[in-house]
Ligand binder design. Sequence first.
Ligand code: KG4
Ligand code: ZN
Length: 468
Amino acid sequence: ALAALRGHQRRALLLRRMVAAEPPSPSSSPRQGRTKEERRKGVGSAKSVAETAPEGVFGPPTLVAAEPRLLEDVIAGGPPPAAEALQPDYLRRAARLKDELASAVVLGIETSCDDTAVAVLRGDGTVLGQDVASQHELHEEWGGVVPSIAFEAHKANIRTTQENALADAGLTMADVDAVAVTVGPGLEICLRVGTEFAKELCAEHGTPFMAVHHLEAHCLMARLGLADEAPAFPFLALLVSGGHCQMLLVRGLGRYSIIGGTIDDALGEAYDKVARMLGLPATNGGGPALERAARAGDKTKYPLPVPMQQRPDCDFSYAGLKTSVRNAIGKLRRQLGEEFADPEVPLPEQVVNDLSASFQDSAIKHLEQRLRRALKRLAASGGEEDQIKQIVLAGGVAANQELRARMEALCEKHELELLVPDPRLCTDNGVMVAWAAIERLETGQICLPDDQQVQARVPMGTALELES
Ligand code: KG4
Ligand code: ZN
């Protein structure tokens, strides 16, 4: 049984890497920039997304299994599957949704990885209630997320988590106007638990259904409930989590251009692995403990190389830095003498702190370098539609205070605004799922449950080649 689980664990890590290293899709999407005139008028700003987003049906690449539909097409008996497959009041309820979105109640469900999370949001972004069943303790001893364990835990917890979130909001399913769920990317069997549960809820209560792309949800968190103040498209998003490490130009809902991605490990994954090597506890991944250790450490004591100095692109790599830490640990154990030769013997606390500080410093320097490079190239590209004013930092690692402070400083230097969600909303949660659905609903989109299935890998957009 142990060997089988270890196998699962390897597969889990492999899956994470596959998701992280998603190659850009070869299909091209039309550019959706704003003209000077539009910008002057504020077209394309947060408020006017609803007026500008849907073009044709949904021209740009869809991020879910099937393109969401314009409600009016569905009502007009538009392309199959036909509306008669739905409960009679589905369309009536969906139609009311867009008109009364600010006061509508949306339930968001997230089961793509190791957290069963459900939140209840009002259409204006107010969080009415939420609950999370975290699985970190279950996976901790395996050193990574074990899909089969995650699947069982999602199954065991989903209904209670949904009931708790509703109870937290003081509401019942009768009050819910739409159910949103992450359909990808992520661990397929886990995505399926949430998606099937959401479909069952929608079938039972005749509730409109929304399929959500996990990474779009992370990216859009910075716009939560900000109305006119929300970052306007286009903005740059730096998505750093346990499974993903990407720099994206966010041109609009569903319109992403990939500026850079990781060629091996995601940043959060590197934090987790290095934390494990240093014997740090893995509550919420290794990141928080490593950050705490780094705060008490001296980053100049054991300097580590900044990754990918030889590659003049905007991609990331964290596998080499992880190996540098492993080598440094080996060397230090030899220097510290016999007592520390056994890798099971914990290193002295100050050594752990100093190594943590060095790792974190090099990891962030790598991000800074790539970001500065991308900004320079974007500015030089002459593509007016690519000129950005804001950077959004998202994903689990965005909870890191040192990273936030350094990104803030970088943005200030470039006269850009940095937007980072509340640390609790940086890691996976139900709020981001409900909010991403609200953003889409605002543009008149609706999904039909039968159209949607889970997808372990979903490209986020097309590659944007910036000249050096
Ligand atoms: O977004 P998330 O919850 O899940 C994925 O989609 O992967 O991100 C989890 C990752 C973990 O790798 C965790 O170690 C990292 O985010 N993380 C942090 C911090 N808090 C969470 N990394 C560095 N510093 C933190 N404070
Ligand atoms: Zn995530």
